[in-house]
Design a protein around this ligand. Structure first.
Ligand SMILES: *Cc1c(COP(=O)(O)O)cnc(C)c1O
Length: 388
């Protein structure tokens, strides 16, 4: 059910909830289930058409989450998967057939590339990586056998903002499906399906969860892609447990206020970083000087807490002094939780269509929900150790 006349905050407050169905409880309860019992033989025989038939095919808790993801992404249908990578793999696999061709942004998440280079290749699917900033120029790369164009915007390591409107317009005209990794925006700052994409995927692990305690993938799509995606999803036997669906729904309720804070705090830290002599460049699409700024303004209503910067120093002992003494920033994979993270990254290592040569050490930062002044202090002391 799409109720787009209401604001997204309002829809996320009410999505996937029907208290009257659950003794008045505000939240849809956790259904832990495998077997679903039928009251009589006739009902058992008709179970193929029943909404509930076996918990691998969904429970009221997972259905509630799917409904809420539809609201978030302004989609007709949604599927929920055990991780972001499994959601990506379902989408890519759904377009695989021997001889098929796939276009994938050079900025795409590493494991998405890996799926193309290993699994899809084994099945005779060829992948061409393209410059994320190609825009309408994507048309020249489309072949008769091209089945899917994959986007990630902004790229979660290098933050190029793609011209989703232009790419999906070309794709539609040429009869090619489009899918996008929308994890960076949390779905709150961008609804790519309303910008022309057929499929929008998220690592729900990140902002939907928001609390670093959940692995989840979401697939949202237009009506005409649902059967194809659901078929792959079912054949792989994917499903998620009720507790995880509950945590995701709980996270979604506060997504708008969390994202607003990530936006504000992220920009505070980014603007401070811009002034630092140890920083060569800040890679944040919501900064007016960023190459992606114009596209960001057209496609997003805000910025999340994840961005990058390039440090002038690259020597390992100095970086060690800086990173090892951080009090508030953690070091580790993932992002989108309430806590801040800082990790060195090496985008040059995987790119094949474009060069990444920013003239220093690239660092990825996630600005969490701490007081940004405290985060800036932690970074300032880090830079002091770096140059000591
Ligand atoms: C983390 C991430 C994923 C994968 O999600 P998992 O839940 O870790 O499998 C996919 N895309 C992007 C952009 C990510 O950052």
């Amino acid at each position: 059910m799409k109720t787009q006349t209401l604001g997204l905050e309002t829809r996320l407050t009410h999505a996937g909830r029907r208290p009257a169905d659950h003794s008045g409880a505000v939240n849809t309860p956790v259904y832990r289930a495998s077997t679903i019992l039928f009251p009589d033989l006739a009902a058992l025989e008709a179970k193929e058409s029943a909404r509930l038939r076996y918990a691998r095919r969904g429970t009221p808790t997972t259905h509630a989450l799917e409904n809420a993801v539809c609201e978030l992404e302004q989609a007709d249908h949604a599927l929920v998967a055990p991780s972001g990578v499994s959601a990506i793999s379902v989408v890519l696999m759904s377009f695989a057939e021997p001889g098929a061709h796939l276009l994938m942004s050079d900025s795409a998440y590493g494991p998405a590339r890996k799926f193309c280079d290993t699994m899809l290749r084994k099945f005779g699917v060829e992948t061409t990586y393209y410059d994320p900033c190609i825009g309408a120029g994507i048309e020249a790369l489309i072949r008769p056998e091209t089945r899917l164009i994959w986007m990630e915007s902004p790229g979660s390591q290098t933050f190029e903002v793609q011209d989703v409107t232009a790419i999906t317009e070309v794709a539609r005209r040429r009869g090619v499906a489009t899918a996008i990794d929308n994890t960076w925006s949390g779905g709150y700052f961008c609804q790519p399906i309303s910008q022309g994409a057929d499929i929008s995927v998220q690592a729900g692990t990140k902002y939907i969860s928001g609390h670093s305690d959940l692995m989840l993938g979401t697939i949202a799509c237009r009506a005409d892609q649902y059967d194809r995606l659901r078929e792959t999803y079912l054949r792989f036997g994917l499903c998620i447990g009720g507790d995880d669906a509950f945590l995701a729904l709980r996270g979604l309720r506060t997504l708008p206020i969390r994202m607003a804070q990530h936006h504000a705090s992220g920009l505070s830290v980014a603007n401070w970083l811009l002034q630092q002599p140890e920083v060569r460049r800040v890679i944040h699409p919501a900064l007016p000087g960023d190459p992606g700024y114009a596209q960001w303004q057209r496609h997003f209503s805000g910025a999340s807490g994840l961005f990058g910067f390039v440090m002038t120093r690259t020597d390992r002992p100095a970086l060690g002094r800086m990173f090892d003494g951080l009090r508030l920033f953690g070091m580790g994979s993932s992002w989108g939780g309430f806590e801040s993270l800082l990790v060195p990254s090496n985008p040059a290592a995987y790119r094949t269509a474009t060069e990444w040569n920013p003239g220093g050490q690239t660092v990825r930062i996630h600005v969490g929900l701490e007081n940004p002044e405290d985060l800036i202090d932690d970074l300032r002391q880090g830079f002091d150790r770096l140059v000591a």
